[in-house]
Write a protein that binds this ligand. Structure first.
Ligand SMILES: [Zn+2]
Length: 489
């Protein structure tokens, strides 16, 4: 398993680590009761194994193959669509094929939605068709469409500040350009809340500039929700080049009219499943490291980047450990969450089903920001576990991974688990291409680069292994809840 040179390097690295942890400033975080104790650290043997996993998993191509299988054999899998059920069946079969010790599913119920016809055209003063897509959850227009004058705002905030007379009877156009991957949180409220805010001011529909960083003529869909106190108006996104086109028309100073035709509809309550595969621990089988991604995608592409990659990365990570004869002390549980896209339904159902066992979660980390590589590892653990986190980072650093803070967010479907006190890790994925592709027809398998996804799978394998082997718990439950409460004050 190891060559000699590796063992020598690891031995000296292990010793240096042990010394650095014993005398490091991490000690100042230890609670008074532990002052006379040496901090818990990984043994040299554990460190050797972790380094071997890192180097061997990096060239293992399983995550790429799993993603090829999901995108080819299932493809689009919007929550509540026929693809949803196909994906659940695929996931169960794939976990079994990969040799997971336990495979099961847990129900997740939610309101579903159907896309229908979606068309838009400028009718005056420069008639031409636009490329748009309906936003998830939108209502339909009247059957033959609706036509009204466009009123443009640079941002949602600008629309909120405008007098109602400016908006009444019009189609609101929010032309908020997302400049880079850090601006998603800034721009996305226009998509999620814009319709109700526009309706409050009397608008008849809303079209937004796509929330995405590409310049292709492909619109980005995504979920929106309605407030209960205002009329529900149709909502769509146009591609970035179309938004530029419409803005140029508006600049000419004459009224610009848009015809919008959408036949989307609510499609009743649907029950899907969180699909779960577990590699059972040898010493503490009821405690587990929780990793995963979300199984649903939008319907326009095949969900390679969002979030087939996260599913494939984490399935491959757990499988790699088992295939190589390594027996984790704690269990490694991979959860493929149902319906993240339309409201985090899978994550909420998982928390509801496992709320009473938060202390059993050794560490939680979800992959949901594309194909990798992982660039940073942040933690959210009790103070006594920080020396262990430091060792984990030292093993991962050769993969180009920076050390983060101790205030990690584990990912969308695991965010509520963290708030319920679950020890969490944030394994930050490089998102340079993510917002060019996600929620568009362009989210397809050809964009995946083996070296990137393999690095991410290797990182998750090291993380899952080390968290499973840790000599102490990372603090899930009362201990981390008190940290959360103190931070809220
Ligand atoms: Zn996602």
């Amino acid at each position: 398993m190891f060559n000699r040179k590796e063992i020598r390097t690891l031995k000296s690295a292990g010793l240096a680590l042990l010394l650095s942890c014993l005398f490091s400033s991490a000690n100042i975080f230890a609670s008074p009761a532990n002052d006379d104790k040496k901090p818990a650290v990984f043994s040299e043997k554990e460190l050797q194994t972790a380094a071997w996993i890192r180097d061997a998993a990096r060239t293992d191509n399983l995550s790429y193959k799993i993603l090829e299988s999901l995108t080819t054999e299932v493809g689009p899998r919007m929550a509540g669509s026929p693809g949803d059920a196909l994906a659940v069946a695929w996931a169960e079969a794939k976990f079994k094929e990969l040799g997971f010790d336990k495979v099961w599913k847990e129900p997740v119920t939610f309101p579903s939605w159907k896309r229908g016809i979606e068309k838009a055209e400028i009718t005056a003063p420069f008639p031409q068709a636009l490329v748009i897509t309906a936003l998830g959850n939108t209502v339909a227009t009247p059957q033959n469409g609706l036509t009204a004058e466009l009123v443009e705002f640079a941002t949602l905030k600008d629309m909120l500040a405008a007098p109602n007379e400016k908006v009444r009877g019009k189609i609101v156009f929010i032309n908020h350009k997302m400049q880079n991957s850090n601006e998603y949180g800034l721009v996305v409220p226009g998509r999620s809340k814009g319709a109700s805010e526009a309706a409050r001011k009397g608008a008849v529909a809303i079209v937004i500039r796509s929330v995405g960083t590409d310049s292709h003529r492909l619109p980005h869909t995504g979920v929106m929700t309605y407030d209960s106190d205002v009329p529900q108006i149709p909502a769509a996104a146009m591609s970035n080049p179309d938004a530029d086109l419409v803005a140029r028309m508006l600049k000419r100073g004459k009224p610009v009219s848009l015809k919008l035709e959408i036949s989307a509809s609510a499609a009743g309550t649907y029950t899907s499943y969180n699909v779960i595969g577990e590699m059972t621990g040898s010493e503490l089988p009821n405690e587990y490291v929780l990793i995963g991604g979300h199984l649903d995608s939008w319907d326009l592409g095949t969900g390679a980047i969002d979030d087939g990659a996260g599913c494939a990365i984490t399935m491959a990570a757990a499988e790699f450990i088992k295939r190589n004869g390594l027996k984790p002390k704690r269990s490694i549980r991979v959860v493929l969450f149902a319906n993240e896209e339309q409201g985090l339904f899978g994550g909420k159902a998982y928390l509801a089903a496992h709320q009473s066992q938060i202390t059993k979660i050794q560490a939680a980390a979800e992959a949901d920001l594309g194909q990798g590589p992982v660039t940073k590892m942040a933690s959210f653990v009790r103070a006594e576990a920080l020396p262990l986190v430091k060792q984990m980072h030292t093993i991962l650093a050769p993969l180009g991974i920076e050390a983060g803070d101790n205030n990690a967010f584990p990912g969308p479907d695991m965010g509520d688990l963290r708030m319920a006190g679950a020890a969490s890790f944030g394994l930050a994925l490089k998102a340079d291409d993510y917002f060019d592709l996600h929620h568009t027809p362009d989210d397809t398998f050809d964009k995946i680069e083996p070296a990137r996804i393999n690095q991410a799978a290797a990182t998750y394998a090291v993380f899952a292994w080390m968290a499973a082997q840790a000599p102490i718990g990372f603090g899930s439950g009362a201990e981390l809840l008190s940290v959360i409460k103190a931070a809220k004050k």
